[in-house]
Structure formats: structure tokens, C-alpha cells
Design a protein around this ligand. Structure first.
Ligand SMILES: [Zn+2]
Length: 247
């Protein structure tokens, strides 16, 4: 087995590891989720290595005895500045990292590309934070293969008219028609449904650029955050923090 591994890595979380070291959780473009130690990462030059939410050309070392990765080198190609200086942006980025870690799949390259593009857009267009969040969640569902095309009910296959409201099936984790639904907590209004269908085939940044009035934006965002909570099938720690900034 190769012990030195070069990879592209996004830093999803950073924590202390003993008095002198740091531990990071990385999303690697080819390896998926990796926990790694930065030895000596809490003093000297190494404190600046691989900051939170950065995108890096990384060198990992796999210790064959301890079966443990350490991060030896990291050249950052993206370092967040605006995100790090602003609480709502930090919470938004933390939410992206938490949900992508829960959704991580066997083919992490698409998740990697989505997360790095979303963080870069958040950094360059902080005023579009809500639209970036909506598009990020919607694309994540698409790459995980769980996004229905919303033209019909995925449970009974009936075609839906353009002005029909969709409710939700909590057993199948999908929006569906009224008669197939078992929950009225997630109501997808016709306008929101139209927007999601329209943006579905688009590239991330193209989808983000679709203009929405503030009321529609809030309605779709609130729907997507609740759907994301159901989709991840676990309690998202960051969602509560994020919700504080949405009203
Ligand atoms: Zn149905």
C-alpha cells in the first residue's frame, strides 16, 4: 500500500489533538472522508496549515501500523477570508460541511467539486448566501441520486399539473402528491416547485444566478433546509445555528 498520498482536500473541521497537535476531517476528491492528524499543528509555522474550509493540494502519510493518516503538507488553492470574518457565512459553510460529510458516497469527486464551488461562491458573493444554500442542497440531492424530477408523483407516477401543491412522504423521503403523502410538514408550493424544476439541469453557478424575490427566496430556503434535515436522516448540529440568521 502507498504510504504517501497526494490528493485534493477540503478541510471540513479542525479540532485540538493533545496539547501540540491538531486533527482535521478532510473531504478528499479521490479518497472521500479522511481524518488526519497535523503533528505539531498547534505551534509555529504549522498553525497556518490547512485552515477551516480551505481547499488544498495535500500530502497525506498513512501510518501502516497505526492505520492513521497524518497531513504532512498542504498548499491551499482557496483560503476563506470573508467567510471566516462573518458569523452567518461561517455557519453557512459549517452547514455545507456537515451535511456533505453525512451524504458522502463512494464517488466523492462530485461532492468535492460541489463543495469547493459553493465555498468559493460564498466567499465571492456573500450577499447571495441564501441562493447559494438553496442551490447547494438541491445539487447535493441530485448527485446523491435522491432528487425526484418533480414533474409527477414519484410514488404513484401520476403527472402533476403546474399549479398542484406537493406534500411529503416521510417513509420514502420524497415530495409526493397529496394522496401518497403521510406528512403535511413539508409543503412544496407550485412556484417553488417550478423554480426547482427549472434550475435542476443547470450548473451550480447558473442556478445561483436565477433571481428570486425575497419572499420566494425565503420560502424555498426554508423548505430546502427542512428537506435537508429529513434527507440527512440525522440531527444536523449546524442547522440550528443557521436558522438563527434566516428570519
Ligand atoms: Zn402520488
Amino acid at each position: 500500500m502507498e504510504r504517501n498520498i497526494r490528493t485534493h482536500a477540503i478541510v471540513l473541521s479542525v479540532r485540538k489533538y493533545g496539547e501540540l497537535h491538531k486533527a482535521v476531517t478532510l473531504l478528499c476528491r479521490d479518497l472521500g472522508m479522511v481524518d488526519a492528524i497535523i503533528y505539531g499543528g498547534r505551534k509555529g509555522k504549522k498553525t497556518a496549515l490547512a485552515p477551516l474550509f480551505s481547499v488544498n493540494n495535500a500530502l497525506l502519510y498513512l501510518n501502516p501500523v497505526k492505520k492513521e493518516y497524518s497531513l504532512v503538507e498542504a498548499q491551499s488553492t482557496f483560503i476563506p477570508q470573508a467567510i471566516a470574518d462573518d458569523l452567518p457565512l461561517t455557519y453557512t459553510a459549517s452547514f455545507f460541511c456537515e451535511i456533505i460529510a453525512k451524504a458522502a458516497s463512494d464517488e466523492p469527486d462530485e461532492a468535492f467539486d460541489l463543495l469547493s464551488a459553493s465555498l468559493e461562491r460564498l466567499e465571492s458573493s456573500p450577499e447571495l448566501r441564501k441562493r447559494i444554500t438553496i442551490s447547494f442542497i438541491w445539487k447535493l440531492m441530485q448527485i446523491s441520486g435522491t432528487a425526484p424530477d418533480l414533474s409527477g408523483c414519484p410514488v404513484c407516477d401520476r403527472n402533476l399539473s403546474d399549479d398542484e401543491v406537493m406534500l411529503f412522504s416521510t417513509s420514502l423521503l420524497t415530495p409526493c402528491c397529496k394522496s401518497c403523502s403521510d406528512s403535511e410538514n413539508l409543503i412544496l408550493m407550485p412556484g417553488s416547485r417550478r423554480y426547482l424544476r427549472y434550475s435542476m439541469p443547470m450548473e451550480l453557478n447558473q442556478a445561483i444566478d436565477i433571481e428570486l424575490n425575497p419572499a420566494a427566496e425565503n420560502r424555498i430556503l426554508s423548505y430546502m433546509l427542512r428537506w435537508a434535515q429529513v434527507f440527512s436522516q440525522t440531527n444536523l448540529r449546524t442547522l440550528k445555528d443557521l436558522s438563527l440568521f434566516l428570519s
